[in-house]
Design a protein around this ligand. Structure first.
Ligand SMILES: CC(C)(COP(=O)(O)OP(=O)(O)OC[C@H]1O[C@@H](n2cnc3c(N)ncnc32)[C@H](O)[C@@H]1OP(=O)(O)O)[C@@H](O)C(=O)NCCC(=O)NCCS
Length: 183
């Protein structure tokens, strides 16, 4: 059965592969080619090992029946404490051939639950403005609250911030609307 679970040290390489494939598919034509081409799985995997070791539970993966990882998410404390949001979704990626199958929604809600468990009751996510995936966050109830340049692959890129002011209320609403047999 497919499931969402906490990432383990042994997942670092698989997460890096999902990140690389999804990043390239998403940002082709948006970011400069050299940014897309110079990414290395080994470097990304080292970074994921570091995150998984340093903050267990901050990285969640979606694993299908045959154990292949189809997506992952990473969350934690909002990095710029001045913005008024306690938590942040740092990254949420679903492999291109698995998109549109509700995996992103399930991962995002699991990340929100994780933030609430850490007493972080609101959340922000930064998305490159030109990335159409930002409309996913609107669909998930995020409000466009901020706009600024952020560095992506070492280059300044126009980005937008979506915010959720009350995660416990959002999760309670999801719970109420979920059919009884939906696991
Ligand atoms: C954004 C992303 C995580 C969404 O995951 P997904 O599994 O494809 O989305 P889901 O199937 O769970 O969609 C949930 C809802 O959002 C909607 N949605 C998903 N992507 C959308 C988009 N690009 N534009 C508008 N709506 C979208 C779906 O139609 C669905 O709506 P419904 O409730 O009416 O059925 C995924 O497409 C992805 O990884 N994109 C590339 C990486 C990226 O840009 N990540 C975000 C920046 S960190």
């Amino acid at each position: 059965m497919s499931r969402i679970r906490q990432a383990r040290a042994g997942d670092a390489q698989s997460i890096a592969l999902v990140e690389l494939e999804t990043w390239r598919a998403t940002y082709a034509g948006i970011l400069a080619d050299d940014v897309l081409l110079t990414m290395s799985v080994e470097r990304l995997a080292r970074r994921w090992s570091h995150h998984i070791r340093g903050a267990p539970g901050s990285v969640l993966v979606y694993e299908e029946e045959r154990k292949r990882l189809l997506g992952f998410g990473h969350c934690g404390r909002q990095r710029d404490g001045t913005l008024g949001y306690e938590g942040e979704i740092y990254m949420l990626y679903v492999l291109p051939d698995a998109q549109g199958m509700d995996i992103g929604r399930k991962l995002l809600l699991a990340l929100f639950e994780r933030l609430v468990q850490q007493r972080l009751r609101s959340a922000l996510v930064w998305v490159v403005r030109a990335n159409p995936s930002r409309f996913f966050y609107e669909r998930m109830g995020g409000r466009l609250v901020l706009q600024r340049q952020i560095p992506v692959g070492g280059q300044p890129v126009e980005a937008v911030g979506y915010g959720w002011a009350d995660l416990p209320a959002l999760l309670a609403g999801e719970e109420r609307s979920r059919p009884a047999d939906d696991t």
